[in-house]
Design a protein around this ligand. Structure first.
Ligand code: NDP
Length: 483
């Protein structure tokens, strides 16, 4: 599948230029060069998209689940058929290693579509019998036109994670990918055309969040908004939607603790911790950026962790051998570096990393950073409280379970946590007391798409995944029949 140099919006089944006629430069993080142009859409494009979705809604919502299932499965098949093209596009847009795009991002995207296409065939609602009086049943109808807005770190993976349940449930969608990484969403629009998705069922508008994104959120016909991104943007969306009582699902930032007890399976923990710290250059909302290690394991852990991280290969993201590619943008690189400076000011010692990586030749202007390990900071400092969202972790020792729970729960965030221990009772106690939406015990990023996904505290509102997502994208109505 061809990725064009000029991306177009996907509205009412057609690929079209933005009404303004203006475009935004799209950079490849691997080379630092502009490689394509993104529509700089505004509220006029959003209005066209919303109207298209409104027009398509009566037919799509009433066509029956089998028809929706069939067309969504076709879209999934096309993504799988062009997996390599999608993977190349994802790596070019994000700078992530091609192995990640090939084995995680793109496969998960077609799985999302298949998962919700089949889930809708099994989706059932509740019934409540009142003996000799009445029968109640819950009718679940699609909401109408809904908005889906996603971030740049897992572009197609998170975009389809929202769009798939919305479409399966019978809604029509106006969606916006991050303007930093729009290419696979553009390829998705081509896949939808090839699959025969009826016009207007899915509309993709490209452009800036504060312009195109906000126009989607604010449009009165958009009845629900599913958003993944930063906590500050989530707060803005909550403020904009509250007066209109729109349904919102917010998946926001994290500062996840990785708690390692001395009785863990050391080898499994170590291999996984290298990954949970630096996969996708640390730009996964679920990465464990604060590592707490029980005191009598601390030195052994630190030395082995540094030794392994030193061996990681950084650079050309198109090489199968690369562990860390480029971070997503020049601005993001500067932000991460400023946090490393802050960590030093706060008394942290850089055990490894902290520097820009100079990659020779074609990639010399790309945005490459060393994986960075910092020790000597307390849990309350800014470095340990704010989301960095890059290849930077801090390591800290602890003595007791109570102490590490207080450290782990000390931030405004509550997305996920990882716990390493062979003691099942302790694992259970920790799982109960950690203030997060997702706990992994002796593993990380093991995902079953049926489970509720999301965070507590300032990491979000509501849950995605499985029935939770289908419930979000439907309106329940109780019907009471007197008998
Ligand atoms: P942002 O919040 O900056 O942006 C997310 C999306 O919202 C983008 O498409 C952006 O558009 C758009 N946007 C920005 N402003 C508005 C607005 N006023 N109205 C509507 N839409 C808007 O997040 P990032 O893209 O920087 O992503 C990183 C963040 O996402 C991190 O905090 C990370 O933790 C979080 N995240 C959370 C996950 C979770 O499941 N909890 C998963 C993955 C990431 P544009 O970029 O085009 O301007």
């Amino acid at each position: 599948m061809k990725f064009d140099q000029q991306i177009r919006n996907y509205i009412y089944g057609e690929l079209e230029a933005p009404i303004s006629g203006t475009y935004i430069d799209n950079y490849s993080p691997a080379t630092g060069e502009v490689y394509s142009k993104i529509p700089d859409s505004d509220e006029r494009d959003v209005l066209r998209a919303v109207k298209a979705a409104e027009r398509a809604f009566p037919v799509w919502s009433n066509c029956g689940v089998k028809k929706r299932f069939r067309v969504m499965m076709r879209i999934a098949d096309i993504i799988e058929q062009y997996l390599e093209d999608f993977a190349q596009a994802e790596t070019t847009d994000t700078g992530k290693p091609i192995t990640l795009s090939r084995t995680i991002d793109i496969p998960r995207s077609h799985s999302n579509l298949r998962f919700f296409a089949t889930a809708i065939l099994h989706f059932a609602s509740e019934a409540h019998h009142m003996e000799r009086q009445a029968i109640n049943y819950t009718m679940r109808r699609p909401i109408g036109v809904v908005g889906c807005i996603s971030p740049w770190n897992l572009p197609l993976y998170l975009f389809t994670w929202k769009i798939a349940p919305a479409l399966a449930a019978g809604n029509c969608v106006v969606a916006k990918p991050s303007e930093i990484t729009p290419m696979t969403a553009y390829l998705l629009s081509k896949a939808c055309i090839e699959a025969g998705l009826p016009a207007g069922v899915l509309n993709i508008v490209h452009g800036y969040g504060q312009k195109a994104g906000q126009a989607i959120v604010e449009h009165p016909l958009v009845k629900a908004v599913s958003f993944t991104g930063g906590t500050a943007t989530g707060k803005r969306i909550a403020t904009l939607t509250a007066p209109h009582f729109k349904k919102v699902s917010l998946e926001l930032g994290g500062k996840n603790p990785n708690v390692i007890f001395a009785d863990c399976d050391f080898e499994k923990m170590m291999t996984t911790t290298v990954r949970s710290s630096f996969a996708n250059q640390g730009q996964i909302c679920l990465c464990g950026s604060r590592i707490f290690v029980e005191k009598h394991l601390y030195e052994l852990f630190r030395d082995e962790f540094v030794k392994r991280v030193k061996k990681m290969v950084i650079g050309n993201p198109y090489s199968d051998k690369t562990d860390l590619g480029a971070v997503v943008s020049k601005e993001h690189k500067e932000k991460i570096l400023s946090y490393i400076e802050l960590a030093k000011e706060e008394g942290g010692e850089i055990l490894y990393g902290g520097e820009v990586v100079e990659v020779a030749g074609k990639y010399e202007n790309g945005y490459y950073l060393q994986p960075t390990i910092i020790e000597g900071l307390n849990h309350q400092c800014k470095t340990n409280q704010e989301e960095i969202f890059g290849p930077v972790v801090t390591i800290m020792p602890f003595d007791t379970e109570e102490e590490v729970l207080a450290y782990a729960n000390s931030t405004q965030y509550g997305l996920s946590a990882t716990v390493w221990t062979q003691n099942i009772s302790r694992a259970q106690r920790m799982a109960e007391k950690l203030e997060v939406g997702i706990v992994w015990i002796n593993t990380w990023l093991t995902r079953d798409l049926r489970t509720p996904f999301g965070g507590m505290k300032n990491s979000g509102l509501g849950r995605e995944g499985g029935w939770e997502a289908l419930r979000f994208f439907t309106e329940p109505k109780n019907v009471c029949i007197h008998v």
